[in-house]
Design a binder for this molecule. Structure first.
Ligand SMILES: *Cc1c(COP(=O)(O)O)cnc(C)c1O
Length: 363
């Protein structure tokens, strides 16, 4: 039968990314309940690839009032979606940026004495800021002795600092002794700054320490990532990625597949070619390792992922036909699993998901 148009959106774009805003809001509530403290949302990297312009307002409606992003530019985008929220910029205050921060009512997370001094002078107390204390990452923030030395300094008040934060090295590994050391170091600094709100827990940290501080800072778990690797995922899945089957073909045993013929059919096989590839942000490293679901049947990804195409073995998936879809993320293939299959973590899968898909938001 010849099908008359119009073409479906997935037909036009090759693949569809569906983002469940209701699941993000539900995850935010779950994390707040579990952590027993007010819950912020980390929405850096365009809300972990899910789109801050949609995720931000959904979380605001759910009751979230505090947001964290990495950069000034992300803060400006978040501000457009969240006119009344408290928005903190995790990566600190770049030289000369204070005016731009103030113009968008963005709050820097100050990470050095130099940044504190600059913000104290240039913001003149017009806007709050946070102070980042480094308890083990050696990445951003004041080392503990410097933070202790700055306690009570006039610049702390002049800089409008209202929040003290630090970040875990290995929160997803509860048995790592670094966790207890960081909790103790953070407590020492906190005692030197009475009156400031304190925040330590990221997604996994919430499950590690429970209610010890004043503000939770989850990111990954909001978007369905498992904050407790090794145990069942307590979060609702958020992202679903489906691709169009462009073609189905039969090959003889011995036929090779894709660039450089990396896979050879051990038996007569049915192959499906999907309209999605590494140019969409679906990782090339998953070549020959991952799976997709066709009609619920797991089908191995064969050979090398191409720029715009992926080949599946659908010999055992009768639902495979031109115009049907395959599920790359969702329906049991969660982002942590996809990350493992690609030799990486779910964070990288999420934040790398491309812009060529048609995006659908559901509640
Ligand atoms: C990214 C980040 C978070 C959120 O971490 P998740 O593991 O995604 O929950 C919290 N705090 C800081 C400082 C971060 O950089």
């Amino acid at each position: 039968m010849v099908e008359a148009g119009p073409v479906t959106e997935i037909g036009a774009h090759g693949a569809r990314l569906t983002i469940d805003l209701g699941a993000i809001a539900a995850n935010w509530r779950t994390l707040g309940d579990r952590g027993g403290a007010p819950c912020a949302a980390v929405v850096k990297a365009d809300a972990y690839g899910c789109g801050v312009s949609r995720v931000g307002p959904a979380l605001w409606v759910a009751g979230c009032r505090t947001f964290f992003v990495a950069h000034l530019s992300e803060g400006i985008a978040a501000r457009a979606a969240l006119p009344e929220a408290d928005i903190y910029i995790l990566n600190g205050l770049p030289p000369g940026a204070a005016e731009a921060f103030a113009a968008h009512a963005l709050r820097p997370v100050l990470g050095s004495v130099e940044e504190v001094s600059e913000w104290a002078t240039l913001s003149a107390g017009r806007l709050p800021a946070a102070l980042h204390v480094d308890t083990g990452m050696n990445r951003l923030g004041l080392p503990v002795p410097e933070a202790l030395g700055l306690a009570g300094d006039a610049r702390i008040a002049a800089a409008g600092i209202d929040l003290l934060l630090s970040h875990f090295v290995s929160a997803e590994t509860p048995e790592d002794p670094v966790n207890a050391r960081q909790i103790a170091e953070f407590a020492r600094v906190r005692a030197a700054y009475p009156g400031l709100r304190a925040s330590l827990a990221n997604s996994s940290g919430i499950f590690l320490i429970g209610a010890q501080h004043d503000l939770l800072r989850p990111g990954y778990a909001l978007f369905g990532g498992n904050p407790t690797p090794g145990s069942a995922n307590p979060m609702r899945p958020v992202v679903r990625l489906e691709a169009l089957i462009a073609q189905v073909r039969e090959v003889e045993a011995g036929a090779t597949v894709g660039y450089n013929g990396r896979w050879t059919a051990p038996r007569p096989s049915r192959l499906a070619t999907l309209s999605l590839g590494y140019a969409d942000g679906f990782p090339r490293a998953i070549s020959g390792r991952g799976q997709a679901l066709v009609g619920g049947v797991p089908c191995p990804i064969l050979g090398l992922v191409s720029m715009d195409l992926i080949i599946l073995d659908v010999t055992d998936a009768p639902a495979a036909r031109r115009g049907a879809t395959a599920v790359l993320i969702g329906g049991g293939l969660d982002i942590d699993t996809v990350g493992r299959s690609a030799g990486t973590i779910g964070y990288e899968i999420l934040t790398g998901l491309g812009s060529r898909y048609v995006r659908t938001y559901v509640n």
